[in-house]
Design a protein around this ligand. Structure first.
Ligand code: ADP
Length: 546
């Protein structure tokens, strides 16, 4: 093979911020602080502080390329700086999800072999728990100034602002091989232990570029994106990299993610685009309905991480004029795999047909390939009807799990595709539609029922705020669907009225046998309804005499 005659210019995280600092003087990063204040600065200021941190990590703490440095923090400017400083010196930024149970965190920190941790001071108890479990952590840095150091900080804990104040300006960012490891993130491990996905500098940059290419309207210099999706899980869908690549301003909400706090933040900061999971947007929608308006500059949003019901998309688009982009992805993919950017202008023909299209997860990004296979492992046609196991490969898809040969063996095919565990259809235009996670499908009398399809239908009922459908053992049918519904405040409704609405939209077999009204639904650490937990709670529901 004859190679092209092009320079070997490494794609790296630090190259993104270094360029943004020079060419986007108007791009800002704004962070909501716990005390109610907001911190706002330019990409250039962010680079300067990231450089001081990078130098301190190397010189004062002896962090070396390849070392794993954990973060345990909300979306703040300091966390943003840590992303660039840690990866910029060739170390691996290992994001920890504070919603995981202590035992899970202990397992992950130990499995990753983290040598240092940068944590919000509000997580000091968790940090104490992790570090007292005989972990190999050598340094604990609390992401605060001297006044914010908690009295119960572990011995030897370092104050972040002190650390970077003691480090001089100017840093020679090392030139790294772009295949070098950069960020490590563990999936929630709803089945078994959490599994690590280790991205590289190249995959992070490719992922950011491909996301920008798929949804360019979000990435203009005049846009301001609110990243509700956390830096502590799935790299905030790549936003820390895609925004400085394009000079788009970034807003980081800290820890208050309720509808009211997010509304006020977006309104005051004139956020134009907001990215998050459906449950977060349900909270925002309730707030918008109460105030009878949207945050003033918000005109587009991205929803993903779990299936958003059509009624949610419709409410944002039709009632408030906010264009919704629906996305799907996985930790193992960097994470974004598809984006559905069909515009509401398509709704003119038939709203139902438009919403059906819009609830599909969308077309693969450039850099992502998809296929669906039947149970025998044969490829299925892309006709929008046949559903099978979704497998992917691509420029930001892992090729193995971090230090986990056994799980890797199960998760990849012999020809190198990653098995997503999702069941999907793909239509002739390339739109992928998740029918269900394989383990959430309901098998009733030998037929498969998609829990997502039934949830979507139920969410069309105006009295339902949130709902979930699970398969529960049944003496005759093997499993039957059970609907758990949270009603909007002050609403009362008979289960029959919900069932008859569902009956208009799904096959008879998929109509839930019963509707149970609950005050709230449990969520996983990554914001999905915890179906595993609910299946356990209701496992005998159809078996016992009620
Ligand atoms: P975890 O498994 O730790 O919760 P991930 O974010 O990696 O974290 O979860 C990926 C899974 O989330 C996908 O395999 C899919 O089942 C589900 N998912 C993500 N986005 C969507 C979406 N838009 N619609 C339906 N399911 C989704």
């Amino acid at each position: 093979m004859r190679h092209g005659q092009i320079m070997d210019w490494p794609l790296s995280t630090s190259s993104i911020l270094r360029r943004a600092a020079k060419v986007f003087p108007d791009g800002t990063v704004t962070a909501q602080l716990p005390d109610g204040r907001r911190h706002r600065y330019s990409y250039s200021d962010a680079l300067q502080r990231a450089a001081r941190l990078a130098k301190a990590l190397q010189r004062d703490l002896g962090i070396k390329p390849g070392d794993r440095v954990a973060t345990l923090a909300w979306n703040t400017h300091r966390h943003f700086e840590a992303y660039f400083a840690i990866t910029g010196i060739g170390a691996i930024c290992h994001t920890l999800n504070p919603r995981y149970a202590l035992e899970q965190l202990e397992y992950i920190v130990d499995h990753a072999g983290d040598v240092a941790i940068l944590a919000d001071s509000s997580f000091v108890k968790l940090v104490q728990g992790i570090s007292s479990a005989g972990s190999q952590l050598k340094h604990i840095i609390l992401l605060t100034d001297a006044d914010g150091m908690p009295p119960d900080a572990p011995d030897g804990a370092i104050c972040y602002e002190r650390l970077i104040a003691g480090s001089a300006d100017g840093f020679d960012w090392p030139e790294l091989d772009d295949q070098a490891a950069a960020i490590l993130c563990y999936t929630s491990g709803t089945t078994g232990d959490p599994k690590g996905a280790l991205s590289s500098h190249r995959s992070l940059v490719m992922h950011a570029l491909c996301t920008i290419a798929a949804a360019p309207a979000h990435f203009l210099e005049r846009e301001k994106i609110l990243a509700v999706v956390p830096l502590f899980h799935v790299n905030a869908w790549g936003l820390p990299f895609s925004t400085p690549i394009t000079g788009t301003s970034l807003v980081l909400p800290g820890s208050n993610l309720d509808g009211k706090s997010l509304f006020d933040l977006m309104d005051q900061e004139e956020v134009t685009s907001a990215w998050g999971v459906p449950t977060i947007w349900l909270g925002l929608l309730a707030e918008m309905r109460q105030r009878n308006r949207k945050p003033k500059a918000l005109h587009q949003m991205v929803v993903g991480g779990a299936a958003p019901p059509g009624s949610l998309i419709d409410a944002f688009e039709a009632d408030f004029g906010i264009e919704v982009t629906h996305g799907w992805g996985m930790t193992e993919m960097g994470p974004v795999g598809t984006l559905n950017t069909q515009s509401p202008s398509k709704a003119t023909e038939s709203k139902d047909a438009y919403l059906e299209l819009k609830t599909k997860q969308g077309r693969p990004l450039y850099g992502v390939e998809m296929r669906i296979l039947d149970e025998a492992g044969d490829p299925l046609p892309h006709d929008g009807k046949n559903s099978g196991e979704l497998q992917v490969r691509g420029a930001a898809v892992i090729k193995e799990y971090y230090k986990n040969a056994a799980i890797t063996e199960e998760a990849f095919t012999a020809d190198g595709w990653f098995k997503t565990g999702d069941i999907a259809t793909i239509d002739s235009a390339g739109n992928m539609n998740i029918v269900d996670r394989a383990k959430d499908m309901i098998k009733s009398g030998g037929e498969w029922i998609s829990s997502i399809e039934v949830e979507n239908a139920a969410m069309g009922h105006p009295a339902i705020a949130e709902c979930c459908v699970i398969g529960v053992s049944h003496p005759h049918w093997q499993e039957r669907p059970l609907l758990l519904a949270v009603l909007c405040e002050g609403q009362e409704v008979a289960s029959e009225s919900i069932k008859s609405l569902i009956a208009e939209r799904v096959a008879k077999i998929a109509i839930p046998d019963e509707v149970i009204f609950v005050d709230g639904l449990p969520h996983t650490a990554t914001g999905k309804v915890s179906k595993r937990h609910l299946r356990e709670t209701y496992k005998d529901y159809f078996l016992s005499d009620r």
